[in-house]
Design a protein around this ligand. Structure first.
Ligand code: F3S
Ligand code: F3S
Length: 148
């Protein structure tokens, strides 16, 4: 189940984060649903090992958006991005393919503003968890403008 291409219309913003290193905001869209990550053997094994429950996580980012329910922590997106848009959620600052904490980790598009629209990440992700769309930048800016 790839990322919903119309997620800004079909989801709501549930969280807004400010990345301490870039000072830029990124949005989380929900509610999410159980998808590839809930049935991938490596992801399931690592959730079992950490004692965490697999729950819907939603979509992180807006114009570089990663569906965390589809992300199986493959890591090829981190390796492929020429401008290091992504870092590991559970291993912040780490941008290497194999720098994940384990397979419960997720690709976090914290440097969304650096995207040069090459689409490499979209093409290589095995679960089609990523949508990159310059048109969604306007949606992002509107949401950020509402932050007090
Ligand atoms: Fe996840 Fe796809 Fe990247 S599975 S780590 S979004 S390549
Ligand atoms: Fe990087 Fe993907 Fe943009 S590979 S440059 S985040 S389109």
């Amino acid at each position: 189940m790839p990322i919903d291409p119309n997620f800004p219309q079909n989801h709501k913003v549930k969280e807004k984060f400010k990345d301490p290193s870039s000072e830029s905001y990124y949005l989380v869209w929900g509610p999410g649903r159980l998808a590839e990550a809930a049935s991938d053997p490596k992801v399931m094994a690592d959730y079992k090992a950490t004692g965490e429950e697999i729950k819907p996580m939603g979509i992180h980012g807006t114009y570089v958006a990663v569906d965390w329910d589809s992300c199986i922590a493959d890591g090829i997106c981190l390796l492929s991005c020429p401008v290091k848009v992504f870092e590991w959620y559970k291993n912040p600052g780490e941008t290497g393919r194999n720098d994940r904490k384990d397979f419960t980790d997720k690709a976090n598009p914290v440097q969304e503003a650096n995207c040069i629209w090459c689409m490499a990440c979209v093409e290589v992700c095995p679960t089609k968890a990523i949508k990159v769309d310059q048109a969604n930048q306007e949606i992002h800016e509107k949401e950020i403008a509402n932050i007090p």
